[in-house]
Design a protein around this ligand. Structure first.
Ligand SMILES: C[S@@+](CC[C@H](N)C(=O)[O-])C[C@H]1O[C@@H](n2cnc3c(N)ncnc32)[C@H](O)[C@@H]1O
Length: 745
């Protein structure tokens, strides 16, 4: 076969990637069979198909091996010898194929030897108590001619210690028998790399069996086949990950030789002091290929989703690799913060989770949570290095680190919501909010709320529906209040028109109907003997959701708010002096439900009394009036004029700060349990697409000029170009409008 120039070229291309002919040969044969000897398809894209096939083969080998090892560990599997024989037979059967298109001569090293060595070295890991074989322990054919597997006790120690987490983080020392083969590292020697300033969590590194003195000052932090969270337990606890530099002078510097020639990809995960979590993907196949085209990450994610859906029979339509990566980052951070109760690692106000993609041009491409655009983050290693590895370097915490006792609560909802929501105080100095988390409204005392099936008329529910009402050809009774059409799209978003109408109420309230009470409960509460005239209440359109009397199921598309919070939110300390705020940790599309404003249900009278009794020192949460439908009754009784106060009992919405006019959330009244609109839910939806880490804001509708209001308006620091609060701000222009006043007394 050496005489076939096409074969030689293919070998040479693969060799550039560090893949020896003996690995390439059987796969090439198979490919030629599959493609009916059509070389064009194989040569295309600089032998991309071939490289991919080899890559898949590597994965498959590993999967099969894992399955076999786990059987053996059970004691139910065949003895090791037999296992080896089986593997050998497998390999030779593929190469002995009589239909091979090529006449491939055998190499000096039998084909099985690479696989065999891989198995042997992996088995030595098993002997050592680790059930995870790893490509780390592959033979390093280029460096030692395939004779000695690189897997050493150093590897074994490492893999053993990390086995609990199922990861195979690895380091190796340059001072050992020689560097593992890594085509990329060859070019990195003696190069000075800029620090990436990334850190791994304390107490998570998998080199804890090694005494600190024996630890390299820099350790490649990489993870394969597992969670990848690993860190050093050295006496110094902050580890900064830097790009890999192999320094011949310094025997303690580690290299990223965590794979042999058959391992073609690798990923690294680390977090930075700024709280970024970075997943670096290193695609070996891509290296040094002139024609290498960076695939669009969205395409890769989609491809992976399809693959997983097929391979693992994932039927859940919303399965998303991106979410999985987000979750990986989140979990990683969570473990960082949890390690030993506190961490020296901080997460900045811009803390985020970004999957990174490393490409050979030394640019690190990052993809935002939207998964839609690739942003060049800049070169992060020396000019000659081909890939970015992150290296853990032991470093003393700086005085700056020590001054900042980072604080994080993992779930401020105390497990009451489907989606956990963290609280983050980077400075660790702020007083924690003093309130009781409740996921649903609760009556304080006098408010009259009465839910009963008898109150729900037949045309207020859809008892004959089944499944999802949104899939009906003709909308059911529950769409009646919204003009015979559901307010939600089949993607679970608020319909554009509904949203537009509601937004316009805030921006141009004068264009919308305002109901004037004859005897306004609000004014009555302020001054029962001599109430002022009603200032008017905007009549707002309701969303009506299906409920208990309806025949549809809980997954019905007309049940969004009642399913509760599903997006990842975080309470954080704002930098503008607004106190705590709420932000999203994921991209949210326009019209997405975020959360409900939950609090105590009070009558206006009760709220007024409460405010009068307050010391004035409380940080008020701006109670909201449930006045969206007050116009439907001539005179409203006190116990029917309700509001929500989240100061003492509330949910995440109590942290949403005010922003004048161009806030990203809008509040919408939602009928769920009762058609009686004295009581309803107030739900927040996004007015536009909101990016991960953006603060969520809501226009409270404050009249900053109303000096008689019982709650003194705060000095607004919303930063909006349309800020209404001109007190003490000179002549700053603003798009003035009258407030829509959902804020209560
Ligand atoms: C509903 S709470 C929001 C959460 C609050 N920041 C906290 O720390 O609990 C409303 C209070 O937040 C503060 N706040 C909200 N929006 C603000 C803004 N735009 N400028 C200044 N302070 C604001 C005010 O103290 C207000 O009384």
């Amino acid at each position: 076969m050496e005489h076939n120039p096409k074969v030689l070229k293919a070998f040479s291309a693969m060799k550039d990637l560090g893949i020896p002919p003996k690995i390439v040969k059987p796969i090439l044969k198979e490919l030629l069979k599959v493609y009916y000897n059509n070389w064009e398809l194989i040569e295309e894209d600089n032998y991309r198909t071939l490289a991919d096939a080899i890559f898949e083969w590597g994965e498959k080998e590993q999967r099969e091996y894992k399955a076999k090892v786990s059987i053996e560990c059970d004691g139910s599997g065949p003895p090791k010898k037999k296992h080896l024989e089986q593997r050998e037979a497998q390999v030779s059967s593929s190469t002995d194929n009589k239909n091979t298109v090529l006449d491939l001569e055998e190499d000096a090293v039998p084909q099985t030897s690479v696989v065999q060595k891989m198995i042997e070295s992996s088995q030595s890991c098993v002997k050592d108590g680790n059930t995870e074989p790893s490509f780390h322990s592959l033979p390093t054919v280029s460096s030692n001619n395939g004779k000695d597997p690189i897997s050493s006790d150093l590897y074994l120690k490492e893999t053993k210690s990390s086995s609990k987490r199922g990861s195979s983080a690895l380091y190796s020392s340059q001072g050992r028998d020689g560097p593992c083969f890594d085509p990329m590292l060859k070019e990195k020697k003696h190069k000075d790399c800029r620090s990436e300033d990334f850190v791994v969590p304390k107490g998570k590194q998998s080199v804890n069996d090694v005494p600190h003195s024996a630890l390299p000052t820099s350790v490649v932090y990489s993870a394969l086949q597992g969670t990848g969270a690993s860190s050093s337990t050295g006496s110094r606890s902050t580890k900064h990950l830097t790009s890999p530099c192999v320094d011949k002078q310094n025997k303690e510097v580690a290299s990223a030789c965590n794979y042999g020639e058959t391992l073609l990809s690798n990923f690294v995960i680390a977090s930075s002091p700024s709280g970024d979590v970075k997943i670096s993907l290193k695609c070996n196949t891509a290296l040094r290929q002139r024609n290498f085209l960076t695939p669009n990450l969205e395409t890769v994610l989609e491809f992976l989703e399809n693959k997983y859906q097929r391979s693992y029979k994932i039927v859940w339509s919303q399965f998303s690799v991106k979410k999985l990566l987000d979750d990986l980052c989140e979990s990683y951070l969570e473990l960082v913060y949890n390690s030993n109760g506190k961490s020296l690692i901080r997460r900045s106000s811009t803390g985020n989770c970004l999957p990174y993609n490393t490409v050979p041009n030394r640019k690190v491409l990052s993809i935002g949570n939207s998964g839609k655009e690739l942003i060049t983050k800049g070169a992060s290693c020396s000019e000659t290095s081909n890939s970015l590895h992150l290296v853990v370097a032991h470093q003393q915490p700086t005085s700056h680190d020590r001054k900042r006792p980072f604080r994080k609560i993992n779930d401020i909802t105390k497990g009451t919501e489907k989606a956990r929501a963290s609280l983050l105080d980077e400075g660790g100095n702020e007083q924690l909010p003093n309130f009781v988390y409740i996921p649903q409204n609760i009556v304080y005392q006098n408010a009259y709320i009465h839910f009963s099936l008898a109150r729900i008329a037949d045309d207020d529910c859809c008892s004959s529906c089944l499944g999802d009402c949104l899939s009906l050809p003709v909308p059911c009774e529950c769409a009646r209040d919204t003009g015979g059409e559901f307010a939600y799209t089949s993607q679970g978003l608020l319909k554009e028109e509904f949203l537009r109408n509601r937004i316009s109420m805030n921006v141009e309230p004068q264009k919308h109907f305002r109901f004037i009470c004859n005897d306004c409960p609000l004014e009555r509460a302020k001054n029962a003997n001599n109430p002022e005239p009603c200032k008017g209440h905007l009549h707002r359109q309701f969303i009506k959701e299906c409920w208990r009397k309806c025949g549809c199921d809980m997954q019905c598309g007309n049940r969004i708010v009642q399913r509760g919070i599903t997006c990842k939110l975080q309470v954080f300390l704002t930098s503008e002096g607004k106190g705590w705020g709420l932000r999203t940790l994921q991209d949210l599309p326009k019209g997405a439900f975020v959360c409900e404003y939950v609090g105590e249900v009070l009558t206006n009278m009760e709220l007024y009394e409460r405010n009068n009794q307050s010391s004035g020192n409380e940080r008020h949460t701006y109670p909201v009036l449930l006045d969206a439908d007050w116009g439907s009754e001539a005179v409203l009784k006190d116990e029917d004029a309700l509001c929500l106060d989240a100061t003492f009992y509330g949910n995440l919405a109590r942290f949403i700060n005010h922003r004048c006019v161009d806030a990203n959330l809008i509040d919408i009244p939602v009928e769920v349990e009762t058609p009686d609109h004295h009581y309803y839910h107030l739900a927040f939806f996004t007015k536009r697409k909101v990016d991960a880490l953006e603060e969520l804001t809501w226009d409270y509708g404050i009249d900053f000029n109303d000096h008689n209001h019982p709650i003194k308006a705060f000095q607004c620091c919303c930063g909006s170009a349309f800020c209404q609060d001109r007190r003490g701000k000179g002549t700053k222009s603003s798009a003035l409008r009258k407030p829509t006043t959902s804020r209560s007394s």
